[in-house]
Design a protein around this ligand. Structure first.
Ligand code: ACM
Ligand code: ZN
Length: 497
């Protein structure tokens, strides 16, 4: 059966349940939302219409307390119709997603399916700072995640190239920091914007009302949106409006492209930095219902911390050894703030350097992720694996295809095993799951994003959902052919070689 990701257990039976123009669903208030979404997607994929009825229904959704896995479900198709059971709405939703992929030519093969995910974190990251993308596209992207049972959308909302979220207390963030000089005609690394005069005309941001709309859209699809606010590095866009928060107090311009090293980072010795960040995070906490907030922490260049009187004073006052410990102080201070507000902070794996904060989740991205994973496990911190050598979807899909840096093929993504040999069963419990990242330096348009993210996202979905022994590359490729025909219905510009 052509289902992606592959369910845990399928028993195929002979025969088909036939549908004629409609699929009728037993009415139930508690499942109205997911049925409505199912109906919308059904219209995109098939010619069938959805109806809700009290009796003589084709499809019934049942809450079954005996199905204990949070996102697990059972699906039964026989002469009597289609029955999806789960203990929770999320499981029923995933049963419907499976059903969508099973309907071929208005008939559904008789079968019994039992299913539940391997990992609780099945994530997809998306960078909207390097290039800005419309709400319409964000929703399209999120919907495509849901169709593959991915359940976290890590929204990289701030970085050197533009601040993308309305913060009521600091309107300058979206009036100034969201805009850069438009040098889109030049390659990313050849944009010497700081030498040019003039205001920015490339950019954009999401209002809080728009963010709420996207959260609602994602929540209905059982996707948690995890916002990221970068600190202490990858934050130079902020100093275009708030230069006093960086060590040198230098007014920067929002960068139009890449420049390295980027030494403009938040001053860790200035209490105003923390007041500002806590104000921003307070609005983020109020806006996003997510359990997690990502606070960045990657690639903070410490050149200015070494020269800054206030940063050096902080090192003395807090009895810190060096700038790595100062970074740790920074992250711990912000983490405590979030934990007090009932949120779990996440940071990129550099937050390990200088001592890891308690209860922060480590996103392991450098290399194959193993070193960071082992460090995090040694202090019992939870982790998410998104190694750049495998799960960075800005990397080329093939030697001669579009993209940056190295190559990470569909097969490499598919073959990725997050729990490498040497990790004990106990320690494996600290691995929340896996995620792929879409950095958009080299992706100016949504068509570029689709080209880079698909179909590798389907391989990711399978890594995140399926047990290791269930994966089969040859067979996955066959199933992917049908999934590509679904992607066609959504007008997705996937890489197809
Ligand atoms: C990263 O790629 N800098 C997390
Ligand atoms: Zn400083």
């Amino acid at each position: 059966m052509n289902i992606i990701p592959m369910p845990v257990k399928i028993i195929e039976k002979s025969g088909f349940y036939k549908l004629h123009k409609t699929i009728s669903v037993k009415r139930n208030e508690k499942t109205e939302n997911i049925i409505e979404i199912f109906g919308k997607e059904l219209n995109k994929i098939t010619d069938l219409k959805l109806e809700t009825t009290e009796k003589d229904f084709d499809l019934q959704l049942i809450f079954d307390e005996d199905i204990l896995q949070l996102e697990g479900y059972q699906l039964l198709v026989n002469n009597n119709g289609i029955r999806i059971s789960s203990g929770k709405t999320a499981g029923l939703f995933y049963g419907l997603i499976t059903l969508l992929q099973l309907i071929v030519k208005n008939e559904i093969p008789f079968c019994e399916i039992e299913d539940a995910p391997r990992f609780e974190w099945r994530g997809m990251h998306f960078d909207v700072s390097r290039h800005f993308f419309s709400i319409l596209f964000i929703k399209k992207f999120i919907n495509l995640l849901a169709l593959q049972k991915l359940n976290k959308f890590h929204w990289h909302l701030t970085d050197d190239n533009g601040w993308r979220i309305e913060i009521k207390k600091y309107p300058q963030l979206t009036e100034i920091c969201a805009w850069r000089k438009n040098l889109e005609h030049l390659p990313w690394n050849e944009r010497q914007e700081s030498k040019k005069k003039g205001n920015g005309s490339y950019g954009g941001f999401y209002t809080q009302a728009e963010i709420k709309e996207v959260i609602e859209y994602a929540t209905e699809r059982h996707i948690e949106i995890v916002p990221e606010i970068e600190m202490p590095g990858h934050s130079s866009e902020i100093f275009a409006a708030f230069p006093q928060l960086s060590c040198q107090g230098r007014k920067t311009k929002v960068a139009s492209g890449g420049y390295w090293p980027n030494t403009d980072i938040f001053c860790a010795g200035n209490d105003d930095t923390f007041i500002f960040l806590e104000d921003v995070l307070s609005e983020i906490v109020d806006l996003f219902p997510s359990k997690y907030i990502h606070i960045g922490g990657d690639e903070a260049n410490k050149t200015n911390w070494k020269k800054c009187v206030q940063c050096q004073q902080r090192i003395v006052d807090e009895n810190l050894k060096d700038e790595n410990e100062l970074q740790s102080y920074f992250i711990k201070r912000i983490s405590s703030f979030l934990l007090e507000k009932g949120k779990i902070p996440i940071g990129w794996d550099e937050i390990i350097e200088g001592g890891l904060a308690k209860d922060i989740v480590v996103m392991c991205w450098r290399g194959d992720g193993k070193d960071a994973l082992e460090s995090a496990i040694s202090t019992e911190n939870k982790t998410i694996l998104c190694p750049n050598s495998i799960l960075y979807f800005d990397w080329k899909q093939n030697e001669d295809s579009q993209g940056a840096f190295g190559v990470t093929t569909l097969k490499q993504v598919y073959d990725y095993e997050p729990i490498h040999a040497g990790i004990s069963l106990n320690d494996a419990d600290l691995i929340l799951g896996v995620q792929a990242n879409v950095w958009t330096e080299w992706m100016p348009t949504s068509k570029d994003v689709e080209f880079m993210a698909f179909p590798r996202m389907s391989a990711l979905a399978e890594v995140a959902w399926c047990e290791k022994n269930k994966k089969d590359w040859e067979e996955f490729q066959a199933r992917l052919q049908q999934f590509k025909s679904i992607l066609d219905k959504y007008n997705v510009n996937y890489y197809n070689k």
